[in-house]
Design a protein. Structure first.
Length: 330
């Protein structure tokens, strides 16, 4: 067996997501069997060996999927196992988190990456994967980004992680509508990137974002990002509140996936200019992952052909749902 094949793969996930990961793999009928498990680390076996080139399963609960090259008692030995890789990522289970250690280099598409995972003083696992679109560029899918003190909420971090993990092409030419925008972490992150937004939420916004508030679209100044607050529940927002040119739909409402996706469909109908969707799905139980196919089906009905679901290192009982490449029927 050469080093691009192995009987095992391993997945790195958020500690606490192992059961959901197994359920997800099972519901995708991948034919994988659980082999070994630690907090944040799950290995699977299948009837036939895994090949590096076929490591394409899109598992929302896995922040990283690697062909497993086995366990070593020392880091040096684990590093020898991944010496064919041109870039090495280091990960460790530390302070009850599966952490990625900072890596200065950014992977190129197709680049072979070796991952060494430290699970204990004498337990080091070696794995390989190739970098590809929609895979995090960071070790263990953990960018290590820190939330700035001025952010009114952790939502700032979730948006920044999504933009980095998925390499999203948002630019100042975009206008975002965000359902559940208060107190304004996402709006702040967008403003800092020069992106304007319409926020829909009956709750109050933080002072820091109110500095960019406009009360009317005629108040927009050239080259200055703005924020318009529609202070009502999402279900009462209309086409009039949206105006022209909205290109992204985002939601961070603490509502069920069904409610959020229903609103998403309504907004996509009201604004055919929407070309991307980014939703933080808030679950009561991570095992709701079994409904993934239903969520994907409703986005595909809205015309989106590229859909991804991903749990980030900064998530708790949450997933980020992304949909792009929309075709709108006339
Ligand atoms: C987690 S907070 C959002 C954080 C926010 N995105 C940020 O960047 O700071 C959830 C928000 O959803 C709002 N929300 C819940 N149900 C809603 C609904 N039906 N319509 C609009 N907003 C709603 C709540 O008022 C609350 O402000």
């Amino acid at each position: 067996m050469n080093r691009t094949e192995s009987e095992y793969i391993f997945a790195l996930c958020n500690p606490g997501s192992e059961k959901a990961l197994k359920l997800e793999a099972e519901s995708m009928a991948l034919g994988w069997r659980l082999s070994y498990q630690r907090r944040g680390f799950v290995t699977f076996k299948a009837d036939a060996p895994f090949a590096l080139a076929s490591l394409t399963a899109e598992l929302a609960c896995a922040r990283r999927l690697c062909l497993s090259l086995g366990k070593s008692p020392t880091r040096e030995e684990a590093l020898r196992r991944v010496q064919a890789a041109s870039l090495i990522h280091h990960a460790r289970y530390f302070e009850r988190k599966m952490q990625g250690l900072p890596c200065a280099a950014s992977p190129k598409p197709g680049e072979l990456i070796g991952t060494v995972v430290e699970l204990g003083p004498t337990e080091f696992w070696a794995g390989l994967h190739r970098h590809a679109p929609f895979l995090s560029p960071d070790p263990a899918g953990d960018s290590g980004t820190l939330i700035p003190s001025e952010s009114p909420s952790r939502a700032w971090l979730k948006l920044e992680e999504a933009l980095r993990f998925f390499a999203l092409p948002l630019t100042p030419a975009d206008i975002v509508v965000e359902l559940g925008c208060a107190p304004g972490g996402v709006v702040l992150a967008l403003l800092q990137r020069g992106i304007s937004s319409i926020g829909i939420d009956p709750a109050k916004m933080a002072e820091i974002v109110l500095a960019s508030l406009i009360s009317n679209r005629s108040d927009i100044l050239p080259n200055k990002p703005w924020f318009f607050h529609c202070r009502k529940p999402a279900a009462l927002a209309s086409k009039r509140d949206l105006g022209q040119g909205v290109s992204w739909f985002m939601s961070d409402m603490n509502q069920s996936p069904e409610v959020v996706l229903k609103e998403c469909a309504r907004f996509c109908k009201m604004a055919p200019s929407i070309r991307g969707v980014l939703i933080t799905l808030k679950l009561t139980d991570l095992l709701q992952i079994k409904d993934k196919a239903l969520w994907f089906a409703s986005l595909s009905e809205m015309g989106f052909s590229t859909i991804r679901l991903q749990q980030f290192s900064v998530h708790h009982k949450e997933f980020s749902l992304l949909a792009i490449d929309r075709s709108v029927s006339k």
